[in-house]
Design a protein around this ligand. Structure first.
Ligand code: C2E
Ligand code: CA
Ligand code: CA
Ligand code: CA
Length: 279
């Protein structure tokens, strides 16, 4: 409250108190829920342009809690990042995704790359390249079938350490992509410094692509710049045929969104992946 601002005991407003309590609750429930099997990965298809083939999928985490129901990753990932639980959760997700990628390759779905989101905390806390090397050996997955998605804010922190870690991962043959491009760090210098192979244009620029000329200009500029730097460019959040046609005309390399397919459990996506190859 306003008058309580001078008084240390009431430093936490009721709203803040509630947020702190909710975070503690979610953290506690995640720590119980991971070993209890409440977490699962869903996979969203990535459509290669211009031929329309599904050559990749993005792994997205899902949490179904017995009482809280489905909790959005937009809610639990930031909490896991704050509490440090992301190290365990992210490691679990990476291993699951790599096992699934190997299973798809073994089923004859050739060249299907699996993209996994990596948090800053996950990259810095462990030697991630050591863990990736270990999991590649354990699973037998072709390293070029793994792609790690990083945010711009991650690339802005501890530049030397991040660069060492990313270079070691790149040296294993694993691909690196920048997620939510255009929303974070304002300097583009990192595009030269780090071994990035792909930019993912943030959904916020794709949403109003048809009605907003500014968003269209930004998307076109990102695609051109990406290509000039030898990078592939993905557009996320594509929901309409009009958006797809516009992005195709701009020369985008990959699209992702509800128009192409929603995230699904692996078993539900497999038939589509098989028929895509056959067709
Ligand atoms: P993101 O990495 O940007 O993932 C894309 C998000 O957009 C996903 O939300 C996806 O379901 C959603 N999406 C895909 N197509 C469309 C579309 O056409 N329209 C709209 N409106 N949305 C679309 P989701 O699954 O809720 O994940 C939210 C965020 O949580 C992710 O954003 C990512 O930042 C984070 N996240 C999810 N799984 C993981 C994970 O395993 N590790 C880490 N570190 N973060 C994760
Ligand atoms: Ca992502
Ligand atoms: Ca994104
Ligand atoms: Ca996002």
């Amino acid at each position: 409250s306003k008058e309580g601002g001078r008084n240390q005991l009431s430093f936490f407003t009721p709203e803040m108190d509630q947020a702190v309590q909710e975070r503690a609750l979610l953290d506690h429930e995640m720590r119980l829920g991971l070993p209890a099997g409440q977490f699962e990965l869903h996979y969203q298809p990535l459509m290669r342009m211009p031929d329309g083939q599904i050559r990749g999928v993005e792994a997205l985490m899902r949490w179904r809690h017995p009482h809280l129901g489905n909790v959005s990753p937009a809610k639990f990932i930031p909490v896991a990042e704050q509490t440090g639980f992301i190290a365990a959760l992210g490691d679990w997700g990476l291993e699951q995704a790599m096992r699934q990628a190997k299973a798809w390759a073994d089923q004859g779905i050739e060249g299907l790359r699996v993209a996994v989101n990596v948090s800053a905390r996950q990259l810095m806390k462990q030697a991630l390249h050591e863990r990736v090397r270990e999991l590649l050996a354990q699973t037998g997955l072709d390293p070029s079938l793994l792609e790690l998605e990083l945010t711009e804010s991650l690339l802005a922190e501890n530049v030397e350490q991040v660069n060492a870690s990313l270079s070691a991962i790149h040296a294993l043959g694993v691909r690196l992509a920048v997620d939510d491009f255009g929303t974070g760090y304002s300097s583009l210098a990192y595009l030269k410094r780090f071994p990035i192979g792909k930019l993912k244009i943030d959904q916020s620029f794709v949403r109003d692509l048809i009605s907003d000329p500014d968003d269209r200009a930004i998307a076109a500029a990102v695609i051109q710049m990406g290509h000039s730097l030898g990078l592939r460019v993905n557009a996320e959040g594509v929901e309409s045929e009009d958006q797809l046609a516009q992005l195709r005309a701009m020369g985008v390399d990959e699209v992702q969104g509800y128009l192409v397919g929603r995230p699904l459990p692996a078993a539900e996506l497999t038939p589509r992946l098989l028929s895509d190859r056959a067709g």
